[in-house]
Design a protein around this ligand. Structure first.
Ligand SMILES: Cc1cc2nc3c(=O)[nH]c(=O)nc-3n(C[C@H](O)[C@H](O)[C@H](O)COP(=O)(O)OP(=O)(O)OC[C@H]3O[C@@H](n4cnc5c(N)ncnc54)[C@H](O)[C@@H]3O)c2cc1C
Length: 337
């Protein structure tokens, strides 16, 4: 019997596996895809996520950013980070760095599909593995979460994200969030010759259809080569509890609010630490409470931004932020730390 089976080898699963192996646990990761996996993501690691990545010992090439800009074409405001920088990192580079660190830590990576999960008072069975604990890191649409009855229905408008990379030099040292009537586009510098644009919206349609809502941004990238589009959603995933016996949810499987504030990876890495702490101390029952406390600030701020974006106040969001730049800077730094 192994100590910890990690179902899903995305950033959350690999971070959990690295920390688990370093804590002396025998860890296996089960992932269906091979190599460095790409995915729809804004690819902006907020400063606290960069710090956690550093603790994991992962060096991922990318491009630093120093704050967040909101603009609607008429108003513009930037909140610069007071502490360290954030980092735009291509998902493939992040995944390759995490895979390398996991292998160096002694994690065994197996490829295949996660099957049914069953458990007893002392162990968990899944896909031919017998483990003391299972970390469910199978992403936004976690089948393990659903099968164990841990999912809740998610009210409110359903939102999706679509991202595209343009091969050109970044023009800003901040992440820019462009607000249009029905969508936000955020631009992240990810390399000296690459910017990522992620569009978030509750309306159906492809990247180009939504991009027409951002004429200034579209004009800036016009004629520059770009890569393929990738989409994900619905984004909001609510969860009853992050534990069921010896199964603990981590990463997007543990619940997700929205991509609007660039959260996701920071919470995933923070949760990986808590999960391994709880497993090493044989206290899985503590995990849900500790997860909620660790992630509360980010979840509340993201939910507030999302609420404003879906309300009649939406047209006032950017003008209000521009009118009160120190308040905006304060909120940006609450999300950064
Ligand atoms: C449009 C968009 C923009 C975003 N922007 C940002 C941002 O700027 N900054 C940020 O920090 N976060 C952002 N996020 C969130 C971030 O992408 C996620 O929080 C992060 O990817 C979560 O990692 P994860 O490991 O939990 O899930 P994933 O990365 O989805 O990994 C899950 C893994 O599980 C595997 N898997 C699933 N089911 C099975 C199965 N049955 N069998 C085997 N393997 C399986 C998958 O192959 C996958 O590799 C964004 C998200 C979206 C959608």
């Amino acid at each position: 019997m192994i100590d910890l089976l990690v179902a899903g080898g995305g950033p959350a699963g690999l971070a959990t596996a690295i920390l688990g192996a370093r804590a002396g646990l025998e860890v296996v990761v089960l992932e269906r895809r091979h190599g460095a996996v790409d995915k729809a993501c804004g690819e902006g690691l907020m400063p606290h996520a960069v710090a956690l990545l550093g603790e994991l010992g992962v060096e991922a090439a990318g491009k630093p950013f120093h704050g967040i800009t909101y603009t609607n074409g008429r108003h513009c405001v930037t909140g610069r980070f007071r502490g360290g920088a954030g980092r735009g990192v291509r998902r493939t580079a992040l995944h390759a760095g995490l895979l390398e660190a996991a292998t160096a830590a002694g994690v065994r990576i197996e490829h295949g599909d996660i099957g049914e999960v069953s458990q007893s008072a002392t162990s968990v069975y899944c896909s031919g593995f017998h483990a003391r604990y299972l970390a469910a890191a199978d992403g936004l649409h976690s089948a393990i979460r659903t099968d164990l009855g841990l999912a809740r229905s998610s009210g409110g408008p359903r939102r999706w994200g679509i991202r595209r990379h343009h091969l050109m030099a970044p023009w800003s040292d901040c992440v820019e969030v462009h607000w249009a009537n029905d969508a936000e586009a955020y631009v992240t510098p990810v390399a000296d010759d690459c910017v990522g644009i992620a569009i978030l919206t509750s309306r159906k349609g492809g990247f180009d259809a939504h991009f027409s809502e951002f004429p200034a941004l579209r004009e800036r990238v016009e004629g520059q080569a770009h890569g393929p589009d990738r989409a994900a959603g619905p984004l909001r995933q609510r969860v009853r509890s992050r534990t069921a016996g010896r199964v603990l949810l981590v990463g997007d499987a543990a619940g997700y609010v929205d991509a609007l504030t660039g959260e996701g990876l920071g919470i995933a890495f923070g949760a990986a630490k808590l999960l391994v702490d709880c497993v090493a101390a044989e206290r899985p029952g503590d995990y849900d409470r500790r997860w909620r406390r660790m992630s509360r600030r980010y979840r509340l701020l993201t939910a507030a931004a999302l609420h404003a974006s879906a309300s009649p106040l939406r047209p006032a969001v950017v003008p209000a932020a521009a009118r009160f730049p120190s308040v905006f800077r304060g909120v940006v730094n609450l999300l950064a730390e």
